[in-house]
Design a protein around this ligand. Structure first.
Ligand code: AMP
Length: 282
């Protein structure tokens, strides 16, 4: 294997320093592991604009709420390393909660406003965990560019906000959602689904596409588009957290949808919570 596995912060810093010294541009892809083609697409995007690519695998405990799936989150470091290498990743950085949150750890990064709605309303503390760990990882890796999936659309906007607000010298890049051939957005959590749940999970993309079709036929009312989507999602999912048409910058609900409006959904199938979204285009 040619990918380098690094689990020490100082060793990672030394490697990145050496690359920078020779003028290389460094791309970074943070993940929680159990990698799939969606993650690999981020590595490939990084490869296109950067000379070196670092990916991290860290199941970050602070972004899980009580009763969420931290303990059973899928882990497969060997498979992850294989996929990252095939995607053109140079270094896989792994670390542990003990290293990231040692005794006495007391500093949190919080983005206000953008984290109030959508997943923020259903997962209290989640985004605080995400922004804190991403800020730490940026400080550890010191990348020129960092790559995030549009699948976690709210997360992407929250990280953009944090990076701008803290003047972090990192260019944040959003990459398209990678889907299974039948349309289901790829997710590490899809591994939890039973065959029957996997089938019912298609309700999310069906709902999004139904609203998209209505939008293309001229429907502009935000609540009507949400209702069309919701009806389809409800036919498959056990519980819906939200279906919302929002402005791409503010993530606030829009009365009137327009090209660029994002429709987002979060729903539960059994014990699994899935999210997906679509940008409405004319
Ligand atoms: P995770 O490992 O779930 O924390 O995700 C790590 C990164 O991969 C995040 O930036 C996600 O948005 C991104 N990602 C996850 N699933 C997909 C997908 N289906 N398509 C594109 N990016 C994805």
């Amino acid at each position: 294997m040619t990918i380098q596995l690094i689990d020490q912060i100082e060793a990672l810093r030394a490697q990145v320093r050496a690359w920078r010294h020779q003028g290389d541009r460094v791309g970074f892809v943070p993940t929680m592991g159990a990698l799939h083609a969606g993650h690999v697409s981020l590595v490939q995007a990084a490869r296109r604009t950067c000379d070196r690519v670092v990916a991290s695998v860290f199941v970050n405990p602070t972004q899980f709420g009580p009763g969420e799936d931290l303990a059973r989150y899928p882990r497969d470091l060997e498979g992850d390393a294989r996929q990252l290498e095939a995607g053109g990743c140079d270094v896989l950085f792994t670390t542990t909660p003990e290293v990231m949150y040692p005794p006495g750890f007391a500093t949190w990064v919080t983005v206000e406003g953008l984290t109030d709605g959508l997943c923020g309303a259903f997962r209290p503390g989640h985004f605080r965990g995400v922004t804190t760990v991403v800020a730490k990882l940026f400080a550890i890796v010191l990348p020129d560019e960092a790559f995030f999936g549009q699948k976690d659309r709210q997360q992407l906007e929250v990280i953009r906000r944090m990076t701008a607000d803290l003047n972090l010298p990192v260019r944040v890049m959003g990459c398209p959602i990678v889907r299974e051939p039948d349309g289901l957005a790829m997710s590490s959590r899809n591994a939890y689904l039973s065959p029957a749940e996997r089938e019912r999970a298609l309700a999310l993309i069906r709902g999004l596409r139904r609203a998209e079709a209505a939008f293309r036929q001229g429907e502009r009312d935000g609540r009507t588009l949400e209702a069309l989507c919701r009806e389809e999602v409800a036919a498959g999912a056990d519980r819906i957290d939200y279906v919302q048409a929002v402005d791409p910058g503010t993530l606030r609900p829009v009365e009137e949808a327009a090209p660029g409006t994002i429709l987002l959904v979060a729903a539960h199938l059994g014990k699994t919570r899935l999210i997906d979204n679509l940008e409405l285009t004319a």
